[in-house]
Design a protein around this ligand. Structure first.
Ligand SMILES: Nc1ncnc2c1ncn2[C@@H]1O[C@H](COP(=O)(O)OP(=O)(O)O)[C@@H](O)[C@H]1O
Ligand SMILES: [Mg+2]
Length: 163
């Protein structure tokens, strides 16, 4: 587990970018944390770092449960499970299958469905009582997919890490 302190949205973008540089096709990235914690902000920093063209955000339909961004280094599938109420609805999205086809899948509120999503890197964002723009960001992993990258990840986020 790596604990980081983000002092503003720019830090969150940079932390996301540091993680994005290490991701591979088939990775699942689960984002957890309350409304307004910065899950979407993280996703934007992550997608930008993978080289997604900003045009692609603007032109993407907003009603899809899963947004695809394909203009970057690896295709990204981005889902937000906030409005989904049952495990079956989450299963129907086929997020694990999308990852297995070679995308990196980023799932907001993914912690509610971790058993459906399988092995993942989890990034938890939490408001911090000290300041409006501060977030405590905790990075953890399930499974072995990050074993050989974990040290690199720790180094990549060292600027913000507090442990
Ligand atoms: N350190 C920070 N990290 C992320 N977002 C921050 C931070 N400080 C302030 N914010 C603001 O908090 C809001 C986070 O919103 P959003 O990313 O949509 O949250 P979520 O997707 O978790 O509901 C944005 O308006 C962002 O600018
Ligand atoms: Mg969001």
């Amino acid at each position: 587990m790596i604990d980081c302190l983000s002092r503003g949205v720019d830090d969150t973008h940079l932390i996301a970018a540091a993680i994005a540089r290490l991701v591979r096709p088939r990775d699942m990235v689960v984002l957890s944390g309350d409304m307004g914690a910065g899950k979407t902000a993280f996703t934007i920093g992550f997608a930008n770092a993978l080289g997604v063209d900003s045009e692609e955000y603007v032109s993407s339909p907003t009603f899809n449960l899963v947004q695809s961004y394909t203009s970057g280094r690896i295709p990204i599938q981005h889902a937000d499970l906030y409005r989904l109420s049952s495990r079956a609805e989450v299963e129907d999205l086929g997020l694990r299958e999308l990852a297995d086809m070679g995308s990196v899948v980023v799932v907001e509120w993914g912690d509610v469905a971790s058993d459906v999503l399988g092995d993942a890197l989890t990034v938890h964002l939490a408001h911090n009582d000290d300041a409006d723009d501060e977030r405590d960001i905790t990075i953890s992993v399930s499974g072995h997919g990050w074993d050989t990258r974990w040290d690199q990840l720790a180094t990549a986020v060292r600027t913000w890490s507090v442990n």
